[in-house]
Design a protein around this ligand. Sequence first.
Ligand code: SF4
Ligand code: SF4
Length: 205
Amino acid sequence: MNELALGGVKDFEFNIKDPKFLDEQALWEEAKRVYSKCKDCRMCVTYCPSFPALFDAVDRHEDDVEKLSKEELALPLELCFHCKQCYFKCPYTPPHEWRIDFPHLSLRYKVWKFKNKSAKMTDRIMLNTDLVGKLSVPLAPVVNKLNSTPTFRVVVEKVMGIDRRAKLPPINPETFVSWFKKNRKLVEGKNGKVALFYTCLLNYN
Ligand code: SF4
Ligand code: SF4
């Protein structure tokens, strides 16, 4: 099987501008290529729901990834929450010639889905973490109070599909960036620069 012809990662190194990146057929062929390696390895079965979903589907079809339906191909990618555990444990990630990269495959699937199917309102809102954070910080006491109110959570569950039992991180009344500007201390010496990699979670929560 020619991996280049399948539009695999080898072809474009997760290049979102490559025409094949969003080609549905190329996406499913790449999923089948990755799944055909994973089904024989199965090391990641305990990491997340993606792998059990994949192996159950393959087992239903006599170990043949070619027989998987589009829904069965999509489910493992849908269930991936990008913890990257499988990537760090997998012995077949690039530069290995198999170039297995499950989290990036899932990301590619989600980009394709976002562009070709209408994404849910909740997904569009929740993906925009900066917007949600900027709107929430000035209203932090109100947002935190509402998020801990069972009746409000029932409404949020019905409207946005966020499970009422899910623990939501409290919003900080001040962003980390703003706090840091006020509190950073310049020290004497020739130690050069320090890079601080803060995340949206640290900035707003
Ligand atoms: S991602 Fe790698 S280690 Fe995990 S099941 Fe697939 S081939 Fe095996
Ligand atoms: S990156 Fe995705 S597929 Fe890999 S272990 Fe995490 S959730 Fe599972």
